[in-house]
Design a protein around this ligand. Structure first.
Ligand SMILES: *[C@@H]1O[C@H](CO)[C@@H](O)[C@H](O)[C@H]1NC(C)=O
Ligand SMILES: *[C@@H]1O[C@H](CO)[C@@H](O)[C@H](O)[C@H]1NC(C)=O
Ligand SMILES: *[C@@H]1O[C@H](CO)[C@@H](O)[C@H](O)[C@H]1NC(C)=O
Ligand SMILES: *[C@@H]1O[C@H](CO)[C@@H](O)[C@H](O)[C@H]1NC(C)=O
Ligand SMILES: *[C@@H]1O[C@H](CO)[C@@H](O)[C@H](O)[C@H]1NC(C)=O
Ligand SMILES: [Zn+2]
Length: 651
């Protein structure tokens, strides 16, 4: 038995080594910087980890054994520092089985977690390898995990759990170098209840039930950053959609999920046609319960998505195109730290809209660019025009990275790329992006790397005089580092957008005619959202009776699309049409956990009646994922400026 075990271990080790060699690693002398991590990434770098967990539903705990393989990249290394958040560590050993001393040290900001300081038994020098194994258990409420009771699921019979690691929540479920600067391959092995399926970000390699325990194993062979680790356990079934695409969800949600995702396979092909081949093998979507704190999360081989956004009109399909687009930007080419988040999101939005224009048409993607622009403008005004959070390079200054996440890295980043494309032309920009993906895949980069790469590419590929004129025009400094609106206004003009704005103005000014009525009757969902968003900007001049009149003209209260309802509540609450105790708003925020949609609604309710908002929150806080819960609680205790502009409802 023993020798068999040894042979298996050796086999595992050699396959791990084979995996590692396939991909380039960061040169040891390259200095990495991430203020949101406590780990000593310029001394040791994880290249692979093997994480084994027991998911204990009875006690809402996760017991883990984490084995981390490091490359040592400096001399005289005698400590390893890792990121943890509220983990109880029981033992740390090295590859010779020696027990190592460790301590957990708190930082100034609890929300960033703590530093696990491990003292090595020897000093290591650059070029050597190091393996550590850590046994631990999580807290009952790790910031990455949502534990759902049966009542919170679609089936209502079995419990459910899922994780959400981006931005820095992975440290609450496993000790690691929790930074987007480091990429590693991994294996993930779980034990769960026999009646609960486990799915994780990776290829499934083994699944069996033994003695009442379900064992499931996965492997991730492409190096990825820690925030992409994800797993879920619940009553799940899997359905194939196309040659490479699948959906996984509770049996009750299969039908509507399949219908929403009917064009997923086509979307993979469209994105590949524009950019480079899809590298990950299959593409699977896990449709989660409505409490999921986001619309979607691009976990590789297992995109997570919020089923609460599906209402039968296929209007959330663009969200899936967005998550799919992360298969290139974010998952292959990644921001090195959270000040560079737009390198993930701006590029992803760019590919998303290119893919949309192949799948649908250019006007559709222009309209979505306009919608994105209008919510970005509101968000910039919400933060304040001189807040560095409105730049493409926010300074976190010790804050949790989640505080700096808004539509700005998405939309301002997107507009920056559209601007660059307009200077060099669509075909040149496309080959630039292909070359950018080829060069930076499996790596993390910061904005200065992108800028030099762009300059080098244009200098090499574009005719000399034109290249000079292009490069002379670009104000990198303002685009990237200055707060406020984008310095150049690109053009997304379409009739659909202009018509919707005109209708909104007529409604607000009470000049809505029969002709307007006929035009509005033909509007698609995006155009209806534009109308309502535009009215959000006019709430200071509207009162409840105006909103009642508008509602009688275009019947907004019978709309069922979740994005549209969010915008509508953003008109109804500040004007008093939806008054305290906010019954419709409560129905909405109590049934959806996507914080980007519900936190602006809480914000508006708090301005009107903080006590009633607290009561609503208390009634629903157990429904929320810890990420959403924390954001809403922060809003409830913060000072509010009653005159502050609304934060935009959509991104
Ligand atoms: C990200 O890295 C850049 C330089 O590479 C640094 O200036 C910035 O402070 C870093 N931001 C964070 C949040 O670590
Ligand atoms: C998943 O498996 C497929 C098929 O073997 C392979 O092509 C792909 O690279 C694997 N993906 C990852 C991320 O390990
Ligand atoms: C950037 O904005 C954040 C959030 O408002 C703030 O905490 C930080 O101090 C700001 N940094 C600078 C240099 O002003
Ligand atoms: C974005 O919206 C603002 C405010 O409505 C407008 O001034 C600006 O021209 C828009 N930008 C684009 C690119 O459409
Ligand atoms: C796109 O919009 C332009 C101008 O707004 C219009 O002329 C054209 O017919 C539209 N194309 C489609 C496919 O709707
Ligand atoms: Zn995204």
């Amino acid at each position: 038995m023993k020798s068999l075990l040894l042979i298996t271990m050796l086999l595992c080790l050699s396959s791990v080594l084979a995996i590692r060699q396939r991909y380039p690693t960061v040169p040891p002398n390259e200095v990495l910087e991430d203020e949101s991590s406590f780990s000593n990434i310029n001394e040791v770098r994880t290249n692979h980890f093997d994480l084994a967990v027991i998911i204990d539903f009875d006690n809402t705990l996760i017991y883990g054994t984490q084995t981390l393989h490091f490359d040592v990249v400096a001399d005289h290394v005698s400590n390893v520092f890792l990121d943890v958040r509220d983990l109880l560590i029981s033992q740390v050993t090295d590859d010779q089985g020696r027990n190592l001393d460790f301590q957990v040290r708190a930082g100034v900001n609890d929300e960033l977690g703590q530093r696990l300081e491990i003292t090595l038994a020897d000093e290591y020098s650059s070029g050597s390898a190091l393996t550590l194994t850590i046994n631990y258990v999580t807290s009952k409420n790790p910031s990455a995990v949502s534990w759902l009771t049966p009542e919170q699921t679609a089936g209502g019979q079995l419990p459910y759990m899922y994780t959400q690691c981006e931005s820095i929540h992975c440290r609450s479920i496993a000790p690691l170098q929790d930074t987007p600067a480091i990429k590693a391959t991994y294996t993930f092995y779980s034990q769960s209840r026999e009646d609960l399926i486990v799915r994780a970000s990776g290829n499934l390699t083994d699944e069996y039930v033994q003695d009442g325990v379900r064992h499931t194993k996965f492997i991730m062979e492409i190096p990825v950053v820690s925030y992409l680790l994800a797993f879920a356990s619940g009553n799940l079934v899997e359905r194939q959609l196309g040659s490479r695409t699948y959906v996984i969800t509770e049996p009750e949600l299969v039908e509507k999920s399949v219908s929403e995702l009917s064009r997923l396979n086509e979307a993979v092909e469209a994105a590949e046609t524009y950019l480079t081949p899809y590298e990950w093998g299959v593409y699977k979507v896990l449709m989660l319960p409505p409490s999921f704190p986001y619309g979607g999360m691009e976990n590789p081989l297992l995109t997570f998505a919020n089923s609460g956004l599906i209402n039968g009109d296929r209007s959330s399909f663009r969200l899936f195109v967005h998550e799919l687009s992360h298969s290139w930007f974010g998952n292959l080419v990644t921001n090195e730290n959270w000040s560079n988040f737009w390198l993930n999101e701006g590029f992803t939005v760019f590919l998303e809209r290119k893919t949309d224009s192949i799948l649908f048409d250019r006007n559709t993607s222009k309209v979505s660019s306009q919608l994105g622009n209008s919510s970005m403008y509101m968000q910039i005004e919400g933060f304040g025009l001189d807040s560095n959070y409105t730049s493409l390079h926010p300074d976190l200054n010790g804050n949790h990275p989640d505080t700096s996440i808004s539509g700005i890295p998405y939309e301002k980043g997107f507009q920056f790329l559209v601007y660059l494309e307009s200077l060099v032309g669509e075909e040149t920009f496309r080959s630039f992006l292909q070359s950018y993906v080829d060069t930076f895949s499996y790596k993390s980069l910061e904005v200065e790397d992108f800028i030099s790469f762009f300059i080098d590419f244009v200098s090499a590929e574009v005719e000399y005089n034109q290249a000079r004129s292009v490069l002379d025009q670009i104000d990198w400094q303002t685009w990237v580092y200055s707060p406020g609106y984008p310095p150049v206004t690109v053009d997304f003009g379409t009739d659909s957008y202009d018509n919707a704005i005109k209708i909104a103005n007529d409604l607000v000014q009470n000049t809505f005619s029969q002709e307007d009525q006929d035009i509005y009757a033909e509007f698609n969902l995006d155009q209806r959202i534009i109308v309502v968003n535009e009215m959000v900007r006019s709430t200071d001049i509207l009162i409840a009776s105006d909103v009642e009149r508008i509602n009688s003209q275009i019947d907004l209260s019978s709309e069922t699309n979740p994005r549209l309802i969010a915008s509508w509540l953003m008109v109804a609450i500040p004007t008093g049409y939806e008054a305290s105790p906010f019954p419709n708003a409560e129905a909405y925020v109590g049934s959806l956990g996507r914080y980007a949609l519900i936190s602006p609604i809480y914000q508006e309710m708090i301005k009107v009646d903080r006590d009633a908002s607290w009561e609503i929150f208390r009634r629903h806080e157990n429904f929320y994922h810890p990420i959403t819960r924390e954001i809403i609680r922060d809003l409830l205790v913060a000072e509010v400026d009653p005159n502050a502009p609304p934060i935009a409802a959509i991104f």
